[in-house]
Design a protein around this ligand. Structure first.
Ligand code: GRF
Length: 183
């Protein structure tokens, strides 16, 4: 049986392709709960198909109630996989070293929104980062970071596609690292 330190809650707001990548790791990482900011997130469909319990957050989010639910589900780690809300400092501090985020840029470059587009337009290196979450947005110690190298003829859509594939690989590798190294 998986030890409690592998019980992940995945927080989403949209498509949930990174959630899907995490569901694929279920033989050695337990996705025990999917938390969504919206009932419309397609990621919820993916979670239900995989038989994973889901939780839809109130608006505004009641972070204390969320914390109670996480305790109830015996969650040991959180992965922010396309979660489009700012996580308050008090909540981040509760989950220090146990909450991770995936971001489609070579952080600290291009934090925030439209990162791939901005890096592409400025002709800067493109990539993906998985990092531990600290109270500052899109910052914190890196678990893994990888460049996405493009051929000269590639267009933006092709680039975006490659970045997302790279994200999926990186989130899978990251949860395995967390498990192996008991991060
Ligand atoms: C990903 O690119 C993630 O890095 C960003 O939002 C996107 C979410 O995609 N923060 P998905 O919902 O996992 O498909």
């Amino acid at each position: 049986m998986l030890r409690a330190r592998n019980r992940w809650a995945v927080f989403i707001s949209g498509t949930g392709s990174n959630l899907n990548a995490l569901i694929d790791t279920r033989s050695d990482v337990d996705v025990a709960l999917v938390v969504s900011t919206t009932p419309k997130a397609y990621g919820l469909v993916r979670a239900r198909r995989a038989g994973i319990p889901t939780l839809i957050l109130s608006n505004p989010i009641d972070w204390n109630a969320l914390q109670d639910e996480l305790v109830k589900f015996n969650i040991s780690r959180i992965f922010l996989a396309g979660f489009m809300k700012i996580v308050p400092k008090t909540f981040v501090e509760k989950w220090e070293s146990r909450m991770f985020n995936v971001h489609p840029s070579l952080l600290p470059a291009f934090p925030g929104l439209k990162s791939i587009q901005r890096a592409f337009e400025e002709k800067k290196p493109i990539g993906v980062t998985v990092h531990g979450v600290i109270p500052e947005m899109d910052a914190g110690p890196h678990v893994l970071q990888r460049k996405v190298v493009m051929g000269e003829l590639e267009n933006f859509e092709a680039l975006e596609f490659c970045v997302h594939l790279s994200e999926h690989r990186l989130v899978r590798e990251s949860v395995r690292i967390c498990r192996r190294e008991a991060i």
